[in-house]
Ligand binder design. Structure first.
Ligand SMILES: [Zn+2]
Length: 350
């Protein structure tokens, strides 16, 4: 039985960013070619999205910002910030990108599929309520979380963001909100500058933002150890009803923008950890959306490994042997201890 959906649409390739931009249409072209290969044949169902509506985008974004992005439609190029370029169809592509996540959420919440990987662009996690930045137009995952809250009346959504960069837009969207727990690992200090340990939320949202800022050089074992030592115990208490993931492949060991050391096997292991978390409290409900990842070969191998993991029968345990995580992953212990020392005020598992 097919349990995995893949959101895929040619419109996402129509968001053009110029010849030298790392967030290029080629990223999805290579992924869509990979989907045709024998290794993943029969593992997933293709989901064809429709556009998110203005109302849905405005769950997160200000009307004036929606108008600003809408005004780029038909223009061969314009800039929302120095890194964030648009083309004729970027506005359309960004509505379909958010719409792809909404479709995936519907499929998961209605139990037609167990998990979904939205292979969309432009990416979203840097987009703020009133501005696009860092290659992102609309915050796809934040719009998705609000949609799930409103449409399905759930109030415990876990967003895990393993992209190289901190998801400032996602964090800020739910900073005062306890209905979304935002957990991010990211290179720090680095773009966009946010995501330090003391950023833990405010008001009702206090304790519902968990930042794990990392120095360069962390790989599969360190990330797994962080997920096991920090994320898993918190998730056990929080008991998310839906797990959303900002899946960035710019932590791949050869990525031109980053300094991390993750391999395709690592991405599969992270996915398995998140499947386990989703299984324990959300009947496996898990959606990943593509954020960064700029080494085309690494992006392709990483996404392929994740798809194979998602589509397999649910397994307990971890792909990476415990021994490796314990012995090699200890490099992350200092960061883990700092995170716990900040978070223990909010989570009595620590
Ligand atoms: Zn990134």
């Amino acid at each position: 039985m097919v349990i995995t959906g893949i959101v895929k649409d040619p419109i996402y390739i129509e968001h053009k960013t110029g010849p030298y931009h790392p967030e290029s249409p080629r990223r999805l072209e290579v992924l869509y070619e990979m989907l045709e290969g024998d290794e993943v044949a029969g593992l997933f169902e293709i989901l064809c999205p429709s556009k998110a509506t203005r109302e849905e985008v405005e769950y997160i974004h200000k009307p004036s910002y929606f108008d600003r992005v809408a005004a780029t439609a038909g223009l061969s190029y314009s800039y929302l910030d120095p890194d964030t370029q648009t083309s004729e169809k970027s506005f359309d592509a960004s509505l379909y990108a958010a719409g792809g996540i909404l479709l995936g959420i519907d499929k998961i919440m209605n139990r037609e599929l167990k998990n979904v990987f939205a292979l969309v662009r432009p990416p979203g996690h840097h987009a703020e309520a009133d501005r696009g930045m860092g290659f992102c137009l609309f915050n796809n995952i934040a719009i998705g979380a609000m949609y799930a809250i409103k449409k399905y009346s759930i109030d415990r959504i876990l967003i895990v963001d393993w992209d190289l960069h901190h998801g400032n837009g996602t964090q800020h969207s739910f900073y005062s909100d306890d209905r979304v727990l935002y957990f991010s690992t990211h290179q720090f200090p680095y773009y966009p500058g946010t995501g330090d340990f003391p950023e833990t939320g405010k008001g009702k949202g206090k304790g519902f933002t968990i930042n794990v800022p990392l120095s360069v050089g962390n790989g599969d074992a360190e990330y797994c150890r962080i997920f096991q030592k920090v994320l898993e115990p918190v998730a056990e208490l929080y008991r998310p009803q839906l797990v959303l993931v900002s899946a960035g492949f710019d932590i791949y060991f050869k990525d031109p923008l980053g300094g991390m050391k993750v391999t395709p096997e690592g991405f599969a292991a992270f996915s398995q950890i998140l499947q386990n978390i989703a299984e324990r409290s959300a009947d496996g409900k898990l959606l990943l959306t593509l954020e960064g990842g700029y080494h085309l070969g690494g992006l392709c191998d990483g996404v392929k490994a994740v798809i194979k993991q998602l589509a397999g029968e649910f397994k307990t345990g971890h792909l990476i042997v415990e021994k490796d995580i314990v012995e090699i992953g200890q490099k992350a212990d200092n960061t883990i201890e700092k995170t716990i020392s900040v978070q223990k005020e909010f989570w009595n598992c620590f």
